[in-house]
Design a protein around this ligand. Sequence first.
Ligand code: IPD
Length: 296
Amino acid sequence: AAVDLQAVHDTLVSVAFEAGRMILAANPSSISTDTKMNAVDIVTETDQAVERMVTARLRAAHPSFAFVGEETYQPGVTRITSSPTFIVDPIDGTTNFVHGFPNACISLGLVVDRVPSVGVVYNPFQDLLFTGVRGAGSYMHRNASLEDGKGKGERVKLPLGGDRPLGDLSSALVSIEWGSQRDGENFEVKARTFRKLAAAKESGGGMIGGMRSLGSAALNLCACAAGQLDMYWEGGCYAWDVAAGWCILSEAGGQMVSGNPGGWETEVDSRVYLAVRGASAGQKELVEEFWGVIGD
Ligand code: IPD
């Protein structure tokens, strides 16, 4: 049977608000952290508690759907199949969360046939919610929990201000993240990419307008969807970092392509992504210019 995406959206929004309350209730000065891959790859008891709550809620609401979550992922074992699958990051931007830097969120996505089909991303520190439903557009909700309580929240269609044309890289605001892996081949790719972008003039193009690292993949994608960032590149993140934001971005006319030059088609678990915002013109040209700068 076809999946009722709007019903899934409604479930995800209420789960996101519940997660937001848990995140806000955690006292940053006493959050205990544990590490995963290395000293900067951290997980808190709040990440784990939120994932447990989300799993329980989603299993009850949609028992037949598969579930992939950051804290229960098993390398080499967990796979995303063509079945409807919830893909969840309980706290995206955990390092920001631990520091009380208010750029962190819960990221809740549904993929169907591996295509991002519902996305709900909620930053409880700013009470800012982003939602997207395949075929039905995407929205930013300010004072979102007030809106939920039928208060004075505000819902705005994305991209904010409509789809302005894109210029070249010298006028682009680009987000690029270090992530937590700091060695090996993946680190070399990131370091080279940072350097090439920062020195874009050397490759014969213009300089890059600006580079940012804000610490949450999902919120980077939402900022692209909103038209606040022009592009976002990352090599090394996972499906739960991008699944929800990807749906929100595509519904705002944006595009996800490969972070490796030449890949116009990409997959939710490809781990190397380049996002470009929706625009009435210039998308393809800007992606090609970007790939030209980061390529050999
Ligand atoms: C991380 C953030 C960060 C990105 C990393 C992610 P987490 O997610 O999204 O911006 O650079 O690749 O792992 O660990 O805070 O959920």
